[in-house]
Design a protein around this ligand. Sequence first.
Ligand SMILES: Cc1cc2nc3c(=O)[nH]c(=O)nc-3n(C[C@H](O)[C@H](O)[C@H](O)COP(=O)(O)O)c2cc1C
Ligand code: SF4
Length: 648
Amino acid sequence: MTTLPYPRLLEPFESGRLKLANRLVVLPHGTSMVRDGNITEEDIAYFEARARSRPGMIVMGAIIVHPTSSLRGHHLVEAYRTQGFEMLQRRADAIHAHGVKVVGQLVHLGREMIGGELNYAPSAPSAIRSPRDPFVPHELSQREIATLVQAFAESAANLQSTGHDGAEIHGAHGYLVAQFLSPATNERTDAYGGTPEKRMRFLLEVLDAMRQRCGDEFVLGLRLSADEEIADGMGIQDTARVARELARLGHVDYLSLTLGTRGSYVKDVSSPLAPAARAAHIIRDACGLPIIVGQRITTPDVAERLLANGDADLVGVARAVITDPDWLTKAAHGHADRIRPCIGLNQDCRAFSPHLHCATNPATGRELLPEFGANRPTATPRRVAVIGGGPGGLEAARVAALRGHKVTVFEASDGLGGQFLYASALPHRKELRNFIDYLRGELRHHRVGVEMRTRIDDVSPIKSAFDVAILATGAVARPVPEEFAAERVISWFDVLANGAPAPQDNNRAVLVDDGSAFWWTYGVAEALVEAGWQLLIATPSAAIAQHIPAESANALLARLGRAGTEYRVLTTLYEVASDGAHLMNVTSGEEFVLDCGLVVLQTGRAPLATLAESFEPSGMEYHMIGDCVTPRRMSHAVFEAHRLASTI
Ligand SMILES: Cc1cc2nc3c(=O)[nH]c(=O)nc-3n(C[C@H](O)[C@H](O)[C@H](O)COP(=O)(O)O)c2cc1C
Ligand code: SF4
């Protein structure tokens, strides 16, 4: 007899009103594929693709309950406007068609102005400014509080009337409900503040009003930050106390738990797996309510382990299914090794440029574009040569082979992965390898030929044996410019390729960014710090780590900060002399000399495009993708690879 893989993950769950086909919950994540507060066709297609894998329940990303929380850009769904109802219903129907429960998360942002100005003054229990935003919020009056309580109830009723199975109150991550609960943001002395019980009052009034409006059948959930991870904020025991009281009152059907507040709740790859598991276990034991635990649950193995440990009743994932909509199907069919992995850098899912994308899956957020929909088999199979075995080349090979082309990859070195291989040796970057391993496995599965240690120097060996060539030759680091060449000066890539040198007599180092303000510089910074250098980072930008999304940048800066890293913004290097590195403020011209034992330069990269010179006059069909066109991020290469390979 064969046993089912992941028996706990795949078993049904039933507790009171909550009845789910299995224990996987897709956690709320807004796609920003929203126009004027209304859901778009693209958003529906995105969620329908995730519903096909049949998780037990999908919680829709934050839905605004009242105009005082609406953003000028209206890129969050608004539950209080009747013109949005048709699309709310259509999205719920599209998900229900796959037997999946749909819950809508309801939020008022309070003092937080996420990514844009609000249409009204920010408001909060107390007039305490968010460290992330410029304005002190208006302190809500009791009359305004009563209005917002009704707004939550009204919006829950709107979800109910548009086919949702339930509503989840967003009481986590530092938004309005959390602002009431937390002593860090609630200094009221009236009935809504002063003691833990009074700080719960707003939440309890919201729950009461919702239950009254929506009746006994409707699921009501609550999301809480088990630990807010801020000074004077809610800790695990505080949250356990709230949970116990909620269980006593019988108000909620489940609690969904993570750690952190805005800016820290989408834990990046530097966080351990399932960091909220312990907190979830403690709170589950304290209250007995059904618990969803989320955050960095990347594989079905991790999910199964949490359930086996009794950490939670249900496992929640967001990025795992942003990356692979078929995550659960693959797990259920014993193909977990074929799940497209999330590399946890938040780069394309949290940048909202202008909406949800994914670094490793270019189809995410593009479900309705023909190049990224179901891969259509080709009517005319061709012999395709892919030159370069980095992520772009491998993705191109994968998609072309999937469509029925006969594909061979040529890689000059003895390892697949290109620059990604180097990057994966940096601190906290091991998981980058998972993506290369996945692509390698897919090539094997689709019988793609891989010729390692095979350098292609011109068109002739390709033209004679193939119909089309894809050049994915990548880029090469630029060397240290002549004017800075000195014994103690190396490039960022020297650190990547050879590791960080060990400090000798002078352990001070300066790392000079070129304004790209990305991991190419900051990943190297971490390697230098780990090797024992006392680091100063100089950058011509006005901000540090400017092009890294907040959740990853905040964690990075905390690590560098703990190691005593210093910064000089608006600064560049103009000379390396015997007394050290001469730095200059790019706006004022002020000079500064740092006596140091090492200078590391971000020299940037140059495209490796010479092969095109041989292909161009040959008449052979060829295409270029990724860094050999011009160096950018890995996601650009993978996106171009997928788009091209689905059309040749
Ligand atoms: C693109 C994106 C949008 C998100 N939007 C919301 C949201 O609207 N409400 C919410 O409570 N959490 C939101 N989250 C947080 C997720 O629900 C989840 O807690 C977090 O991503 C950690 O889980 P994961 O490691 O499985 O991604 C969002 C996360 C992502 C990546
Ligand atoms: S963009 Fe990166 S972190 Fe976000 S889901 Fe995709 S792989 Fe994961």
